[in-house]
Design a protein around this ligand. Structure first.
Ligand SMILES: Cc1cc2nc3c(=O)[nH]c(=O)nc-3n(C[C@H](O)[C@H](O)[C@H](O)COP(=O)(O)O)c2cc1C
Length: 322
């Protein structure tokens, strides 16, 4: 999730889960089968292997992490996809869902939902490049929203992605116009899943472990994708409850890993922790909205870390700032 997640956070979350292997059919409730990076924007220049490596970070888990590209120029996207394969990406994904102004102005992301023909052609160009560069060993996938302004063409959008040669389609059930509204309509996922024969991964509104299986049962989606809820509960992909102490340890591990990954101030670390605390649901770390406010309004970064240390029973072990 662009601007929120990063390789450091992703590695910590993946480390909490067992690799699953290829799921069977019918699909039993499993765990975390894979993840995608936040999008890597392809605009004026194609992305290089170095860009891709920096974006994905070191490979720390056997769980595959697909590299997501966002752009609209076929040749540049294809060259970036080839670089992704050379950099070791196990999957290359195309973003057709981002509703941000920058993406729309550049006619990428969700903007492309207005032109299924262009989507199909972009998927085809990228899929051919990936197939060629990887000798057919790496799949190309794509993520769409249910529509631009309305969801009445979700079947057409799903067909475009399949016809372009994607091996998997992720559908975020909200339209571009609906943004990240609280309401979700999973019947759109069912419509997409029953239209195409490639596996569909449903997304939108999964809040707890049970929702993953419910989504698959109600919609026929082969997989479920979790967005924001995983920021507040990194254990969500397994049926596990965790203690408050474990939550505090996780957040301190995250703080340490951010610190180890490059120069960053205490304030920067606290800011990143607050992005998670804003949505935190695991354990009893944030039992009430008043408690959430206390975490989020803590203006002294060191005090925030000390509160976590007290709950975790461990120290942050950072050198004192000069
Ligand atoms: C801040 C933010 C950044 C996001 N960045 C990306 C991204 O880079 N790539 C992507 O495919 N989806 C991105 N998303 C969308 C989520 O992956 C997901 O589709 C969306 O939040 C709906 O799922 P949810 O209801 O489980 O949160 C982003 C969402 C948010 C709120």
């Amino acid at each position: 999730m662009e601007g929120v997640t990063d390789p450091v956070f992703r590695s910590l979350v993946l480390a909490l889960h067992e690799p699953q292997g290829v799921p069977e059919d019918p699909l039993p409730p499993k765990g975390l089968g894979g993840a995608f990076t936040e999008f890597l924007r392809v605009s004026v220049h194609p992305r290089t292997e170095k860009d891709v490596r920096r974006h994905t970070g070191p490979r720390a888990s056997a769980i595959p992490v697909g590299l997501q590209l966002m752009g609209n120029d076929g040749p540049r996207m294809a060259e970036s996809a080839r670089a992704a394969v050379r950099a070791g990406a196990p999957v290359v994904d195309i973003n057709f869902g981002c509703p941000a102004k920058g993406a729309l102005k550049g006619c990428a992301g969700a903007s492309m939902l207005q032109d299924p023909g262009a989507m199909e052609s972009l998927v085809r160009t990228v899929a051919r490049a990936v197939e060629d560069e990887s000798n057919g060993s790496i799949p190309t996938t794509a993520k769409i929203r249910a529509g631009y302004d309305r969801a009445d063409r979700v079947e057409e959008l799903a067909r475009a992605v399949e016809a372009g040669g994607a091996a998997l389609l992720t559908v975020h059930c909200r339209t571009r116009a609906e943004g990240y509204c609280p309401e979700t309509d999973w019947s759109r996922l069912e419509r997409a899943a029953s239209t195409v024969s490639i596996p569909v991964c449903g997304n939108g509104g999964i809040e707890r472990f049970e929702d993953l299986e419910r989504m698959r049962q109600e919609t026929g989606c082969a997989y479920g994708m979790v967005g924001r809820a995983a920021l507040g509960d990194p254990w969500l992909f397994s049926d596990r409850t965790v203690s408050t102490q474990r939550c505090a340890e996780f957040l301190l591990d995250y703080a340490r890993a951010i610190k180890a990954s490059g120069p960053v101030s205490y304030r920067g670390i606290a800011g990143r922790l607050k992005q998670l605390l804003r949505l935190w649901t695991a354990g009893d770390l944030v039992p009430t909205e008043a408690a959430r406010k206390q975490w989020l309004t803590e203006s002294d970064p060191q005090r925030l870390l000390e509160r976590l240390e007290a709950l975790a029973g461990s120290t942050f072990l950072l050198p004192q700032p000069s």
